[in-house]
Design a protein around this ligand. Structure first.
Ligand code: SAM
Length: 122
């Protein structure tokens, strides 16, 4: 059985963490709208990037990246020489993330990968 990164939300998937990828795939469109345009989310995401403060040129890996709502804030911090890698086990959210990635918000390198962040081999 897979452990979700956010047990509260994963419980919405029906109580079974194994179904979380299907759940997030199903709600990817709605989740993306909330993740980008919900009240205060822009300010919170910027505060998160400011707190993490990755250096310019750094590689940032976001496990459980969802639809990539943090990506613009993180790619802005690492700059064009940096790299953003989003990892998520739900194919539906990665599809939206890739669509949202075009055109890229910065000329830096970006990629997204399907993987379970709770497995040590990831
Ligand atoms: C609440 S969303 C947050 C998405 C994004 N970080 C954001 O701030 O909008 C949680 C995401 O984590 C992913 N996730 C949960 N457990 C995971 C795991 N073990 N491995 C990979 N992705 C996982 C889910 O598929 C979902 O897209």
């Amino acid at each position: 059985m897979r452990d979700g990164l956010l047990p509260g939300l994963d419980r919405l998937a029906g109580g079974d963490p194994a179904s979380a990828p299907e759940f997030y795939t199903r709600v990817a469109g709605v989740y993306d709208a909330l993740a980008r345009h919900g009240p205060f989310v822009g300010r919170l995401r910027r505060a998160l990037a400011d707190t993490l403060a990755p250096e310019r040129g750094a590689t940032v890996v976001e496990f459980g990246c969802g639809t990539g709502a943090n990506r613009p804030y993180l790619t802005e911090r690492v700059g064009p020489a940096g790299t953003y890698v989003g990892v998520d086990f739900a194919p539906g959210v990665l599809r939206v993330a890739r669509e949202r990635g075009r055109p890229r918000s910065t000329p830096g390198r970006e990629s997204s990968a399907p993987a379970d962040g709770s497995r040590s081999s990831t």
